[in-house]
Design a protein around this ligand. Structure first.
Ligand SMILES: Nc1nc2c(ncn2[C@@H]2O[C@H](COP(=O)(O)OP(=O)(O)OP(=O)(O)O)[C@@H](O)[C@H]2O)c(=O)[nH]1
Ligand SMILES: [Mg+2]
Length: 256
């Protein structure tokens, strides 16, 4: 699915003066606010909730990425994730065709690669009712990039109609980069999938505004693609190609 960036969601709206009230609703004392199971940010109706499975080889930066997206502390060193770790991220966004912002809740299912290989039940659990998969590779690890097609084939089948998003991690490590931009461009052309870039680094406390600015492009891009996919599934847009028989997927959370 090819969504022109910014065609569905106003990029950077949450960081703009118009997004101020909603930005404040996800912050507390210059940190990202943590929401309990029965809580959600005020001001907006219940969220459109999506489940996203985060896939990629060990050490590629799955846990670091999810922590950065959630505004949590990014682990400074690699510690293998044992089993599955689910994290919910609330993200208000402004759709171009509506005056009213929409609250999104992205449930990231991060699973340690070693556990995934060891236990057969983990992959089905991560994919059950999932809306999309994030395929991660690291800009500092060429083998993780070259393995992307095999990784996608291992984890998903074309008829599954899951949103597929490719994310290159460790984009801040320019000096150690092992994947050239021309290789990324060739991949994007061949697979017709845009590659998003992430820099998930530990930050000093109290830098919530800077943290938000860092992750906003990726979160805006994710909710834009998920929303667009829902519209296609609901028959509101032409379906671009044979992609299975999707059903409407927009789900307002029952948890309030
Ligand atoms: N500089 C930099 N370091 C990163 C980035 N993403 C991850 N790292 C570091 O890479 C190491 C591994 O990251 P993790 O997120 O723990 O790796 P993982 O993919 O969750 O690994 P498993 O749980 O074993 O599957 C950690 O030391 C992170 O701090 C990034 O974008 N930039
Ligand atoms: Mg991990």
């Amino acid at each position: 699915m090819d969504v022109a960036p910014g065609s569905v969601v106003e990029p950077g709206w949450l960081l703009s003066p118009e997004g101020r009230r909603h930005r404040d609703a996800i912050l507390r004392k210059d940190r990202r606010r943590a929401f309990g199971l029965l809580e959600r940010p005020a001001l907006l109706p219940p969220p459109a909730a999506y489940k996203l499975f985060v896939s990629g080889k060990s050490g590629v930066g799955k846990t670091a990425l999810v922590a950065a997206l959630a505004g949590a502390d990014v682990p400074p060193a690699h510690r293998e994730t044992l089993g599955i770790q689910a994290t919910s991220v609330y993200w208000p966004a402004k759709l171009r065709d509506s005056d009213c912002p929409v609250l999104f809740r992205l449930d990231f299912w991060d699973c340690g690669e070693a556990s995934l290989r060891k236990f057969d039940h983990i992959l089905p659990a991560c994919k059950e009712e999932a809306d999309g998969i994030l395929f991660l590779f690291s800009f500092t690890d060429r083998s993780s990039f070259e393995d992307l097609p095999a990784q996608m084939a291992r984890v998903t089948r074309p008829e599954e109609n899951l949103l597929r998003v490719v994310v290159g991690t460790k984009f801040d490590q320019a000096a150690r980069a092992d994947v050239a931009e021309r290789d990324v461009a060739a991949f994007e052309r061949a697979w017709r999938l845009p590659v998003l870039r992430a820099r998930s680094v530990p930050r000093p406390p109290g830098a919530a505004a800077a943290d938000l600015a860092e992750v906003a492009p990726l979160l805006d891009a994710l909710v834009e693609r998920l929303w667009r996919r829902d519209q296609e599934a609901a028959g509101l847009l032409p379906v671009p190609s044979a992609s299975g028989s999707p059903s409407p997927r927009r789900r307002a959370s029952s948890v309030q």
